[in-house]
Design a protein around this ligand. Structure first.
Ligand code: IPM
Ligand code: MG
Length: 358
């Protein structure tokens, strides 16, 4: 029997609750499949680790997880630690060195969930956002001088490389090709940003030649927000820079009903390093410890993890279980306007997995 070793990093806030729920569901899926199992190694890194050790994870942290098959990540961020420390100290400290350059964010309106968009009930909104995840506005290039003085200068330089742009656009075209509509929208801002974004557009046109069966178009990011709201049915696969996709994916999550549902996968397509799977929602300290966090985003990212591991039928089974549960409003957590608890939703998903003999 195959054993997948998974590095579980629940980290902060509700990350702890949703990762525990995800592990439970994954173990039941493995048991049901009977052909593989999981070994979860839990790493207690995050803001508490920072408060007691001065670092979000140990210096050899990456070495400890480098050989795992995947990373199952909760959320980072604490009210009493600056956000740039928690983020750069753990999440980006894994994503960037492990070259997880493709951040994949599927969005759909699941059964039983109401979109804030009038006349949109489900099929009109079925997107995958591919976010450049290694450079651009998050390159970490910049600095501050003359701090606190009136002449202080601060820069965050968005840095784009030809190889970095080429590989993400190529990944997006290849993904678009696997989807029924074979439709890709390349988001840009080359009207205002006349160097890197112009290169981005040029590379998109070059790569497109290798994918003649994919229909593609180009969209300025500001106009893109309108199109997502007014003509969601015209979109399918979307590729955008790190920051543009960060913003668009929150909009997408809201249009699909709740951030509590939205999953993400940080993929190293070459598989030189493990990929990392996480819910998009943050640590949500306002509801941490109350047992009401929505575990659906974590279950959905677990589907992405199973697909990445090559366990497609287990991924499909988990997705069917998720959809059965969201279809029942009695099983909606408060972010969806319901009163269900993390426990109840998890138990229902597990029951649906056990009862699924497809
Ligand atoms: C996301 C989040 C992060 C990001 C935050 C927590 C820094 O918003 O995954 O979309 O901007 O990358
Ligand atoms: Mg975001």
């Amino acid at each position: 029997m195959k054993t997948y070793t998974i590095a579980a990093i629940p980290a902060d806030g509700i990350g702890v609750e949703v990762i525990a729920a995800g592990i439970e569901a994954l173990d039941v899926l493995a048991e049901k499949a009977g052909t593989f199992r999981f070994r979860f190694d839990r790493f207690d890194w995050g803001s508490d680790h920072y408060k007691s050790h001065g670092v979000m994870m140990p210096a050899d942290g990456r070495d400890q997880i480098r050989n795992h098959d995947a990373i199952f990540f909760g959320a980072v961020g604490a009210p009493d630690v600056p956000d740039h420390i928690t983020l750069w100290g753990l999440r980006l400290a894994i994503c960037q060195p492990f070259d997880q350059y493709a951040n994949v964010r599927p969005t759909r309106i699941l059964p039983g969930i109401t979109s804030p968009l009038r006349n949109v009930s489900g099929p009109e909104l079925d997107w995958v956002i591919v976010r450049e995840n290694s450079e651009g506005e998050y390159a970490g290039v910049g600095g501050r001088v003359h701090q606190g003085h009136p002449n202080e200068v601060a820069t965050d330089v968005s840095m784009m490389t030809r190889s970095g742009v080429d590989r993400i656009i190529r990944y997006a075209f290849a993904l678009a090709r696997t989807r029924p509509r074979k439709l890709l929208t390349v988001v840009t801002k080359s009207n205002a940003q006349r160097y890197a974004m112009v290169m981005w557009d040029e590379i998109a046109a070059e790569v497109a030649r290798d994918f003649p069966d994919v229909t593609w178009d180009k969209m300025l990011v500001d106009a893109m927000t309108m199109r997502m709201v007014t003509k969601p049915e015209t979109l399918d696969t979307i590729v955008a820079t790190n920051l543009h996709a960060d913003i668009l994916s929150d909009l997408a999550a809201a249009l699909a009903g709740s951030l509590g549902i939205a999953p993400t996968a940080n993929i190293n397509p070459e598989r030189t390093f493990p990929s990392m799977f996480e819910p998009i929602h943050g640590s949500a300290f306002d509801i941490a410890g109350k047992g009401i966090a929505n575990p659906i985003a974590t279950f959905w990212t677990a589907c992405q993890m199973l697909e990445h591991l090559g366990e497609k039928s287990a991924a499909d089974r988990l997705m069917r279980a998720i959809e059965r549960v969201t279809a029942d409003p009695n099983l909606h957590t408060p972010d969806l306007g319901g009163r269900a608890t993390t426990r109840q939703v998890t138990a229902a998903v597990i029951a649906a997995i056990r009862g699924d003999n497809a």
